[in-house]
Ligand binder design. Structure first.
Ligand code: KG4
Ligand code: ZN
Length: 331
């Protein structure tokens, strides 16, 4: 089975062709980061317009690189939600139209299911069941995954997502958008022990997260600091350490609660080096295993949508030509 996958939920246009016998045949990604940088965040209208410009050429390129004609495809998968409605409408309209024109089934994929299954693109893919920590710019959640489509949300953020907290704190430190990776880089120059940030919601039971307080704590700390470059690096270090520690505490709890030994982390923040190494240490101490997507598939991409779409089609899921984009859609 061979599927074309289309991702346009936010500011990356991603297209890929995935084949269940041969694996990933091609993937194309166009990032709009430069387009939005001047505004300090994603401008939804600009994002939609840019997806319109880039999507068809990327589909042509992905098919050519995969040496695949539409006749060789078995379906078209597109991100149906959650995300920015205008951006989602581009991928869903194009995806459904191509499926109609090529006489193929279309399938709408949940963006977070795409992230969740991204580690399956790797050679060393995790076996079910596992606990997944999904940490992106829009979501932070812990999910018990028993199989394709068998997801139980164990906990999620009650306010800002982890990536959002990274981006907002980076902005307070005067870093460009998107600030998460830049803050992580600055933190490499930081020293431990200068600042102590809180570990929100770790002092009570449960698996929900809250990151907006960390951003406020960062704002107050930055306001009262001497603004020396080393001070900013120390603040970045302490902030990152607090986010990573909080995620670690909740992962340990989720693994204990579910009695599982496999942990998957995915979503943009799973690119964070400190998070990766601390989780690797944790899993080693628990005699368990941790799985990540390749760095290229941590952030938004078409490959994860092609993969998830193929699994959905195999399970008999398809969507109508009239399927709506779903800007809000629980997993
Ligand atoms: O999954 P993603 O590409 O988009 C959403 O679905 O939201 O995640 C993007 C988020 C941004 O908030 C970005 O700052 C964050 O992931 N991010 C990072 C790192 N790389 C990306 N945060 C911390 N450290 C990183 N290395
Ligand atoms: Zn995402």
């Amino acid at each position: 089975m061979r599927v074309l996958g289309i991702e346009t939920s936010c500011d990356e246009t991603g297209v890929a062709v995935y084949d269940d016998a041969s694996g990933l045949l091609s993937h194309e990604l166009y990032s709009q980061v430069k387009l939005h940088a001047d505004y300090g965040g994603v401008v939804p209208e600009l994002a939609s317009r840019d997806h319109v410009r880039k999507l068809i050429p990327l589909i042509e390129k992905a098919l050519a690189d995969a040496n695949t004609t539409p006749q060789q495809l078995d379906g078209v998968a597109f991100t149906q939600g959650p995300g920015l409605v205008g951006a989602l409408l581009v991928g869903s309209s194009v995806g459904r139209s191509l499926a109609y024109a090529w006489d193929l089934p279309a399938v709408g994929v949940h963006h977070m299911e795409g992230h969740l299954l991204a580690p399956m693109l790797e050679e060393n893919a995790p076996q079910f069941p596992f606990v997944a920590l999904l940490v992106s710019g829009g979501h932070s959640m812990l999910v018990e995954v028993k199989g394709i489509g068998q997801y139980t949300v164990l906990g999620e953020s009650i306010d800002d997502a982890a990536g959002e907290a990274f981006d907002k704190t980076a902005k307070l430190l005067g870093l460009d958008y998107p600030g998460g990776p830049l803050l992580a880089k600055l933190a490499e120059q930081g020293e431990a022990g200068h600042y102590q940030f809180p570990r929100p919601m770790t002092d009570r039971p449960g698996l929900d997260f809250s990151f907006s307080g960390l951003k406020t704590f960062a704002a107050n700390t930055i306001r009262d600091c001497d603004n020396a470059p080393q001070t900013h690096a120390n603040i970045a270090y302490a902030f990152q350490e607090a986010v990573v520690d909080t995620l670690l505490i909740k992962c340990r709890r989720a693994l204990k609660q579910t009695r599982l030994k496999r942990l998957v982390i995915a979503g943009g923040v799973s690119a964070n080096t400190m998070l990766r190494s601390k989780l690797a240490e944790l899993m080693q101490s628990l005699n368990g295993e941790v799985f990540y997507p390749d760095l290229a598939f941590c952030t938004d991409n078409g490959a994860m949508i092609a993969y998830a779409g193929l699994q959905r089609l195999k399970a008999g899921h398809t969507c109508e030509l009239t399927a709506q984009a779903k800007p809000r859609w629980p997993l």
